[in-house]
Every structure is written in C-alpha cells, then in structure tokens.
Write a protein that binds this ligand. Sequence first.
Ligand code: ADP
Ligand code: MG
Length: 698
Amino acid sequence: MSELLQTPIEFLKGVGPQRAQLLQKELGIFTYGDLLHTYPYRYLDRSIYHKCSELPYIDSYVQLVGTIDNIKEVGTARFKRLSARFTDSTGSIEFIWFQGGQWIKQMLVAGLPYQAFGKAKVINGVWTIPHPELTPMNEVSKKAGFQPFYSSTEKLNQKGLNTKGIEKLVQHLFFQHDIQTKEFLPEHIIKEQELISRSEALKKIHRPNNEIDIKQARFRLKFEELFFLQLEMLIRKGTRIQAIKGHVFEQSGELLNQFYAHHLPFELTNAQKRVIKEIRKDFLKGHHMNRLLQGDVGSGKTLVALIAMLIAVGNRFQACIMAPTEILANQHYETIRELVKDIDIKLALLTGSTKKAARIPLFDALEKGEINILIGTHALLEDPVQFHNLGFVVIDEQHRFGVAQRGKMWRKNSIPPHILVMTATPIPRTLAMTFYGDLDVSVIDELPPGRKPISTIHRFDSHRLALFGFMRKEIALGRQIYIVYPLIKESEKLDFNNLMDGFEAISRSFPMPEYQVSIVHGKMKPDAKEYEMQRFIKGETHIMVATTVIEVGVNVPNASVMIIESAERFGLAQLHQLRGRVGRGAEKSYCILMTGYELSKEAKKRMGTMVATSDGFEIAEVDLQLRGPGDLMGTQQSGILELKIADLSKDGEIVNSARETAKQLIENDPDLLLPAHQKLREKVITLLKERPNWGTIG
Ligand code: ADP
Ligand code: MG
C-alpha cells in the first residue's frame, strides 16, 4: 500500500503535469503521500448557519440558508456579471458571478430554499458573496460535517487550487483509493496514550464529522510527529556519544585544588556545583562532550567555565574561551587573570586588535604548549592558531556564533576538544528538547546570593523630566547609568539621528564638568569605542549612551540604572539581556522602559512581562508564545525543523509526553529489537536516513 502513496501527484485525478509542478514548488507536495500529510489548518462547522444581518467579518467563510430572487445580468458587454439577491429571515445580501453566468442563471430556481456557502465580502458597500456554493436544502445531507481549510498560495489560487481545490484533490485521493496507512506505533503506546489508529486519524483530519474527530485526529498526529522527533534525537544522541571519542581528564588536578582552597572568591551556588559535577562526569567518560550551558545573565557562568578549564589544564591539556566581541574577550581576560593571579598558569589574549608583532610569539608559544588558556574572539578560529593539545573549548554567548564557525574548532585536532557552549538567552524547555535534544543541557537556575532584585518600571515619554531628576539622584549616590537606543538596520538613518538627538539632549541636561557622558555605537572606530567603554568601566563617566552594542556580557557592577529608549521596538530576549547589564553590584538597580503611548497588543505584553518577572526562562516562554519557534530560533535552525501539525509554542504538554514515552522506550529496548517494535524500527531507520545531518552542532 505504501507504493500507492509514493505515486507522483501528477497522476491524481484533477492534477496533471502543470498543477503537479505548482504543487511541488508551492507546497512541497510531490506524491499522494505528501498530499495525505498536508493537513487543514482549520475547519468550519457546516451545521452552523449565519444570518444575513450578522455576517462576522470581511473574508470570513459563512453558511446561510435562504431564497434567491432578482436574478439579473449586470455590467457592460465587456464586463458582464450575473447577480442575484439572497434573502433569509433577517435580511438580504448579494450573490455575484464573474464567470459562467449564463449557465448558472439557468440552474438557479427563484424562491427555492438553498444552503449557500462562501467568502463574505463588501463590494460597493454591500455584503456580497462571489461565486457561492449553492445546494438546494432538500439535497443537503443531514451529516453536514466540517469544512476543512487548506493553506494555499497566490499561484495555486490562479490554477484553481485554493482551499476548495485542494480539498477536492484530497477527496479524490480517498474516493479513488482505499487508503490504508501503516501503523508504526506499538500497541502499548497507542493504548497508553489513548490514540486513535493512524489510518483513522488521517481520514478524520481531512473529513471530520465533529469536534471530537478533529481533536482525536490532531492529537494522534501531533503525538506521532513529536514522538518520532524525540526518538530520533535520543537515538542520535546515543550514537553520537558512542561514536566520538573524547579526551579523558582523570585527575581533578592540583590546580583545581589550589584554586578551590585559596582563590575561589565566594562559595559556589548549588546550581554552579551541580553543573561542574555534570561537566566532570563528561570529562571522565572517554566520549566527546557537547554541552549547552544555559544560565540567566549574572548567574555565574564564567566561573563555571574557568573551573572546567582548570580541570583540562590540570590534565595537561590546553583550553580556550571564545567570546563574541572584543570588549567581552578583554573582560574575560581581566576577570580570569585576576582569579588565577597567584596560580602557576599561563594565559593569553587574542583578538582582532592583537598586533602582528605580538602574534608571532603568541602562536609559537601556543603551538609549543606554553600557553595554558587562550582567551579571545573568533580570531581564535583563524588558520595560524594552532594548539599543542587543545582539550576543551568554551564558547560564550552561543547565539552569536553560527554552526559552521563552531565546526572549525573540530578540525584543529584528531580527537575533538570537549565543547561547552554557554548562553544567557534561555531557551524554553520544549524548544530546547526539540532543537538541542541531542545535546546535553545544563542549567544554572539560581543567582548568586545577595543580589537585590532589579526594579523594572515602564514609563511613557512624557515622564522624561521626572526621569532626569531620578538620574541625578542616582549619580549623586555615585552610581552609573546606561541609556540604550534601538539601532535597527531597516531604519538605520532615522535611528542614528534619534541616538544623536538623545545624546545631545542628555549632554545638555547633564552638562560638563559636573557630569561626564559617553557615547558608543556601531559606526565608531573600534579604538574610539573601546576608549569610551573603558572610561565607563573605570567609572570616569556617569552616563553611557549607546546602542545595543553593549547588549552582551559587559560587566560594570557600579552601573545601577538601565534606561531603554523606544523599548517597544526591542524583543523580549533583548530587553532581558539589556536589563542584565545592571544589578551586578551590591546596589539596588533599576530598569526603566521608555515608550510612546500608542503600543501594539504585543508590545504591551512585552512591557508587562518585563515588569512582572526577571526569570529568563519565564520570559523565554512568553517570547515563544508571541513570536513562535521559527523566529525564536532563527531561520537557520527552524529550517531543519518543519513540523506538519505540532506547534512547539502550544503543544508543550504533548512534547513532554512524547519525550517521556520515547525515553522509556529506548531504556527498555535500546535497539528496538523487540518484535512489537519492528515497524517502529523500520520507520526510524528511514527517518535517520532522510535527515543525516540533523542537529549537528559544534
Ligand atoms: P554570566 O552568567 O552572566 O556570565 P558572570 O559569570 O559574569 O555571569 O557572573 C556575574 C557576577 O557574579 C560576577 O561578578 C561574578 O564574579 C559573580 N559570581 C559568580 N558566581 C558567584 C557566586 N557563587 N557567588 C557570588 N558571586 C558570584
Ligand atoms: Mg557571561
């Protein structure tokens, strides 16, 4: 039977070569099977009748019952149309036909009750249904059922393949053929999850009779889709871990002991301890580690990274840490140098601005193994950078690096270095499970003690005077302030002007010499940027006016106020990142979101969320609801994952149970060798072949 589903779509009744080509191009439908798995995105209950006097909205599909009269041809000879009046108990609307009028005119019977169905429009101020679907009431089947709606495109529409046209093709598929689809899921899962059979689900998803049909069919198909995704992930993770050898770091190392005993500036949080344990376990296994570390801004990821690097170095390997910007790389270098200052360990810094003269000895020392930890930017990925024996790589702020760049680290050694990717942009659980299901994920879900929560306040532009007053007070207390402006590619010029206007206004209200104001933006030369940044870091300036160049990682503990201008134009993840720049010291900190009065519903929700919570994971969940998984993960990753029916932003519960089910299955029968799992095994083998490069990272 599966052969039938492999049949090219061209051969289905009503398709042919031309439409087949379009279906392939526009919707990716190549075979009968593809069509079968193209699901309606919504349904209209055909048992519900609307009233002429209460049509819901323009372009809504409506179903009416009433009679027709006043049938007449209108328009000019060149543009002739057929029109008719349609009346029910509440009023009248107009029907119109732009084509086939002659023929339709003969078919219509005035005064006969009809069921009418179509898309309601307003034409010349009158509610109108163009080309309604008409059925005499005495022919309307009692089992009205649900009208499915399929996605279509402009081009398909032109060839008659609107939702109705696609529905017809699906009908042909079912009428012409006895579609029997294979069941892949084992009986025990079907029972446990109370699923309907696959073949029943496919029938019901296209031709449901009631709400229950739709619910059951959707649940079954979503579960199946997510289950296979999770299963595939788990299997890949298993094979990856088995297949790729990794260095073993056996000793905890004198270095680490020394560090713990004398140089650890504070007690580690429980979350930090847990993550370090997870990493150490990986280091002992002899398999390659590919671990994602998620932790909110300020949760202390750097320290975890350093401790892991010290383990590598204690085992006579080199380690490196790569940051997305020079400022950050410098900052890591300073922080780490301070932390290990009395320990016998050699650090080096390599960024784009490392001078040529300095590079030669650096590369030489690196290759000889004289440098233990290299800190830098993506300059680390350049060809002349050769390690003696690189054992461990930390990548900070993961979202700034592409997969290909990470791949480069691999080629530098025969046994790949262990990899720890750190990100401060938490990914909602459902997404992490799906996108990074084959990675190991660690989470720091606890902030170091003694942090005072940041007060987040939403203010309208008109409060600016009060805001200036507040700023003066904070500065008088010895604090520093960030003011961030959006700078977005599409409206770069305008944004830039706003930034400059803002800078001028601030400079006027906070005049020298009493106040020092810095500005940093992307158009400045790196030297100038660095100079201004350093002035702020050293506390020489009170106010830093900037674009989001300061978004990631910068650590100025004395800064206590983050003002975000035009906050409505930032996404939640970015707002959260920016807020994370303050609250790093002991002082009470503030984040002030400035917006205009007119806010979209979504912008209101974003502001409300920021004010209500500072939990990065909670914010990420809201972000997922607002933007959907594709936008959240970036197209690069969402392309890998094209789900037909499940929605990662809404089906979190199904993701969970699919994950759990898959996990249990693999635990009980790791190679799917039980007779009850034979079909499942076949299906999984095809899936693994179809997507050979799924989820490779680093
Ligand atoms: P992030 O996770 O954002 O990279 P950092 O590593 O920069 O966070 O840490 C933020 C601040 O918290 C730093 O000043 C760091 O010294 C401090 N810190 C880290 N761990 C602890 C701890 N266990 N107790 C107290 N302070 C800590
Ligand atoms: Mg950091």
